[in-house]
Design a protein around this ligand. Structure first.
Ligand code: HEC
Length: 173
């Protein structure tokens, strides 16, 4: 049998419990609100999967000529990577020529003039500064042949290009 003070106790006790439940609900609501404000973290594995799914199906086939050019550019890039360590800014025209310029200028690839008088007399007549400028910034000749800027090796300094051009001109036979 409940006595009177038991009823009073029960009433107060349920009020306290009710208040605690209320506080709990408010805290839960606040926490979930705070969570919704947090930026969603990117999942790299998921992003890689999406990138793989939306990647183009094929790649461009540039034909055998294009492939040879791509090969050449790749070689030049590799030479560039190596040259940063190898030359370390050294003004050794012969070494630079052998490593980078000879790919075209020894073989005549892409219409590059070999180190022969016939191919160079008119060029040398333009003067060394012009040749250096053309070798540094790139130059398209009248026949549409392209001397790439710094022989596709942006790692070469202007002084290195100048040293190499001077060495080349000295080698012309
Ligand atoms: C990818 C091939 C290629 C590479 C590598 C290359 N050249 Fe050339 N270079 C050419 C071609 C092609 C021409 C001829 C452009 C023309 O028709 O006059 C040329 C022309 C030149 C000329 C003459 C420019 C003129 O005004 O007549 C110089 C100087 C020269 N190259 C220097 C260099 C040097 C120095 C390097 C290395 C750092 C180098 N080249 C690497 C393709 C190349």
């Amino acid at each position: 049998v409940l006595r009177n003070h038991d009823l009073v106790f029960m009433k107060h006790f349920s009020m306290v419990i009710g208040a605690l439940v209320g506080v709990t609900i408010i805290l839960l609501a606040f926490a979930s609100y705070m969570y919704s404000l947090m930026p969603v973290e990117a999942n790299p594995a998921k992003e890689a999967k999406i990138a793989a799914r939306i990647a183009p199906v094929g790649s461009v086939y540039a034909g055998s000529t294009g492939a040879a050019q791509i090969e050449m550019v790749k070689k030049a890039a590799a030479a560039e990577a190596a040259s940063h360590v190898e030359f370390g800014g050294a003004l050794d025209g012969q070494a630079i020529f052998t490593k980078i310029c000879s790919a075209c200028h020894n073989t005549g690839a892409q219409g590059a003039p070999k180190l022969e008088k016939a191919a160079w007399a008119a060029r040398v007549a333009e003067g060394i500064p012009t040749l250096v400028q053309h070798a540094t910034n790139g130059y398209k000749g009248p026949d549409g042949n392209q001397m790439p800027a710094k022989g596709n090796d942006p790692g070469l300094s202007d002084a290195q290009i100048e040293a190499t051009v001077k060495w080349m001109v000295g080698q012309i036979k």
